[in-house]
Design a protein around this ligand. Structure first.
Ligand code: ZN
Length: 475
């Protein structure tokens, strides 16, 4: 999931008020409050599934996703899903995915609920708690996967079981796909399902992780929906030279040439270009922010954009990354001996392309900016570009309505991820994909880190939000 995105959204640095209060309470010597009673109904079910999934270690190093996939399938079948509509499948025994279908009237093409079952590695000695034992403490649920993304997996499952219990008949099939190897490993379930079982997961649209609500200073400020992701593309820059003895140097030196090219790159910026997602992001955030920042966001979102305002915004590394393709050197190597002229100087430049940019366009731009025909520029691996998902009125209306019903006055803000999720595979396959998530403190994001957690209240809110959204999109 998109950790950097959320971190960088933290424009104002504010204290983690809730955890500070919790710590202060403990320090004051008060006894910890008794564990709250287990919630009833669908929240109780969601909690039960959540605990079960977190307690199953689904890291790459110890077991993979299969045990979790089988546990989910057993739950769904026990809840009355026909066996034929619940499949556990995958390219190898450790990397199974679970795909289930909730049958609708067929009036519309399916809605896909996507999640990954695997989690990032976690070492016991790095944590203050056991990462693979689900614990509720001081208003949080702790454990690896509690925010990325077994919270959402549990919500999808509990909501489908609840809808089934009610006899709900959606206007379209609802497909649940919980997959392997999003974080690590060579058996990415999303990619594999699309490639080998497209019929099972084909949908009009998909809901996934990657967005979520922002809490700043204890206040709910925005509900982000991730509708696009930047595209990862590295290039190798190489200068070859015949070399020779370092006692007899000439000015034609591979390291000088590469360094001079990189210096030219350092003062270059790709053009600012907003898309539908980032334009709407700045337009809606202009209503959340204050002062000059709010004015610049509104002006940058105008058509045509106010370039002076956009350039001021670009002083922030996050806003800059939202508005343009970026390329930056990340690796450097050259020469083979202290007393020899270098025969090779090599740098890797890592680019994050806007969704509609192309590898060839960026390569040609680099060649032009480096301005030295002896610097070879070649893509390191093939990029996997996914187009931005359209902010279709149906989807935006449903998101606005459900968000406003739960958190009056909190805007839905579309975002473009500067990192990547499995949403890219579905966008590449032509299935618009929207990233959602629980509300969390933007200054204390713990996905992939130590003592990963989710607020108890925010977990149940996320469950309810997703329930209402599924209904809004299938009624
Ligand atoms: Zn994730």
């Amino acid at each position: 999931m998109n950790l950097r995105l959320r971190l960088r959204l933290a424009v104002v640095v504010l204290a983690a008020v809730v955890s500070t209060v919790a710590v202060a309470t403990r320090l004051a010597g008060q006894s910890a409050p008794a564990a709250p009673p287990a919630p009833a109904g669908v929240n109780g079910l969601a909690l039960d599934i959540f605990r079960q999934l977190v307690d199953i270690n689904t890291t790459e190093s110890s077991g993979g996703s299969t045990k979790a996939a089988e546990a989910v399938a057993a739950r769904l079948i026990a809840a009355g899903f026909p066996r034929a509509d619940v499949q556990v499948l995958g390219p190898n025994p450790r990397k199974q995915n679970v795909v289930a279908r909730y049958r609708g009237t067929g009036a519309a093409r399916p809605l896909l609920l996507l999640g990954h079952l695997d989690v990032v590695e976690a070492r016991r000695e790095d944590w203050s708690l056991d990462p693979f034992t689900f614990v509720e403490r001081d208003g949080y649920f702790y454990g690896r996967g509690t925010s990325d993304m077994k919270d959402m997996d549990a919500s999808w499952i509990a909501n489908l079981i609840e809808l089934k219990r009610q006899g709900y008949r959606p206007n379209r099939d609802i497909i649940l796909a919980l997959t392997a190897d999003e974080e690590d490993g060579d058996a990415n379930g999303a990619e594999w399902l699309l490639r080998t079982h497209r019929d099972l997961v084909d949908a009009a649209l998909a809901l996934n992780e990657g967005g979520g609500g922002q809490i700043k200073d204890g206040r709910y400020v925005a509900n982000n929906v991730q509708a696009a992701e930047k595209v990862y593309q590295s290039f190798a820059l190489e200068v070859h030279n015949k070399g020779g003895h370092s006692a007899l140097p000439s000015k034609d030196n591979a390291i000088y040439r590469l360094a001079a090219g990189l210096t030219r790159l350092s003062s270059f910026d790709f053009p600012i270009r907003l898309n539908d997602v980032t334009r709407t992001y700045f337009e809606r955030m202009s209503r959340v922010e204050k002062g000059e920042l709010a004015r610049d966001m509104a002006a940058a979102a105008a058509t045509p954009p106010d370039m002076a305002a956009a350039n001021r915004l670009a002083q922030s590394v996050y806003y800059n990354a939202l508005m343009r393709t970026t390329c930056v050197p990340t690796l450097l190597r050259g020469g083979h001996a202290e007393n020899a002229l270098p025969q090779l100087a090599r740098a890797v430049v890592n680019c994050r392309m806007l969704p509609d940019d192309t590898t060839e366009n960026v390569r040609q731009t680099l060649v032009r900016v480096l301005a030295d025909s002896q610097i070879d520029v070649t893509p390191v691996a093939k990029a996997k570009p996914g187009p931005a998902s359209p902010l279709s009125p149906d989807v935006m209306r449903a998101l606005d309505r459900v968000t406003d019903g739960m958190w009056p006055g909190v805007p839905v803000v579309p975002v473009m991820g500067t990192g990547a999720t499995d949403g890219k595979w579905f966008r590449m396959a032509g299935i618009p994909t929207y990233g959602l998530g629980a509300f969390e403190n933007v200054d204390d994001v713990r996905a992939h880190g130590r003592d990963e957690r989710i607020g108890v209240r925010q977990f149940y809110e996320e469950r309810e939000f997703l329930y209402r959204l599924i209904k809004a999109l299938t009624e």
